[in-house]
Design a protein around this ligand. Structure first.
Ligand code: ATR
Length: 265
């Protein structure tokens, strides 16, 4: 019987998850289909019911539901629990389980860059849904210090309750760092700008943007112009999907050039 998988979010149009998962589903000859669905808050309960009934076999969750979905689930993986963020759902032993593969996705993508993270200082811009996963991944990689800067300071103080070791700095400020991560949505539109002094801070520093579409945000463009090393969020996206695919199908799909090129938009 064909199994059904979904990614839910709002908005959802931009999601490349169906393209990637369906490519792997076909490659490994799995009898399944993966679709995207625009969801409203009042539809979550019914959706989870469909997993219980095995009409849906797995779901990926994106903005803004990663935290909101938690009360509807029976159990969380350790990573979902500590991040309070769920991006992958499945049913096991009659329980609906929420897992988080963003942490591993971000961590693997960083490891592949071969940039040293251990004992380094990171500055994260933004305090939205993906940030707890980034913090946890950086801690696993033995980062020395994490600074956070967000336009709405209240959100950073909320984060600090879960991660007391992070240090909050004012939005627009920078300081001595080794790696700077854009985890805001600034850059999704081509013309978006993050106003920091690139000329002063970029040289030999590592700039990571969680955004992968467009492939080079102004944040990365400007950093590169002034001698920064840059990386977009494409590999994070691919690795989080790889782990979700394994959870559902018990196959580790290969990440080769064809997979990577598939996502060039
Ligand atoms: P959510 O905040 O609902 O989790 P998100 O897409 O995960 O949504 O996060 C958006 C992030 O981009 C937030 O950190 C947001 O800052 P605020 O907390 O101040 O809203 C940031 N962001 C989006 N647009 C921005 C802008 N024009 N200037 C500064 N920060 C912006």
């Amino acid at each position: 019987m064909k199994k059904n998988f979904l990614v839910i979010g709002n908005p959802i149009d931009h999601s490349l998850s169906p393209k990637l998962h369906n490519y792997w589903i076909k490659k490994y000859k799995i009898d399944a289909i993966y679709e995207k669905r625009l969801l409203n808050n009042n539809e979550i309960e019914n959706l989870i019911f469909n997993i219980r009934e095995e009409k849906i076999h797995g779901i990926n969750i994106t903005v803004p539901f990663k935290k909101m979905i938690i009360p509807f689930l029976d159990e969380l993986s350790e990573e979902a629990e500590i991040s309070q963020s769920v991006n992958t759902i499945y049913k096991k032993d009659n329980k609906i389980i929420g897992d988080n593969t963003d942490i591993e996705g971000f961590k693997l993508s960083l490891e592949k860059t071969e940039q040293e993270i251990k004992n380094k200082k990171a500055l994260i811009l933004g305090a939205g849904g993906v940030v707890p996963s980034i913090i946890i991944a950086l801690k696993k990689m033995q980062i020395e210090k994490i600074y956070i800067s967000n336009r709405t300071e209240l959100k950073t103080t909320e984060l600090k309750k879960n991660f007391p070791e992070i240090e909050i700095i004012k939005w627009g400020q920078t300081l001595d760092f080794d790696i700077i991560i854009n985890a805001t949505s600034i850059g999704l539109k081509e013309e978006d700008e993050i106003n920091i002094n690139y000329q002063q801070i970029s040289k030999d520093k590592f700039f990571y943007d969680v955004i992968y579409n467009p492939p080079e945000t102004n944040f990365l463009k400007k950093a590169k112009k002034y001698g920064g090393i840059t990386k977009n969020g494409k590999m994070m996206f691919i690795y989080q999907a790889q782990k979700a695919f394994f959870i559902w199908h018990k196959v580790v799909p290969e990440v080769d050039n064809e997979t990577i090129n598939l996502l060039d938009v």
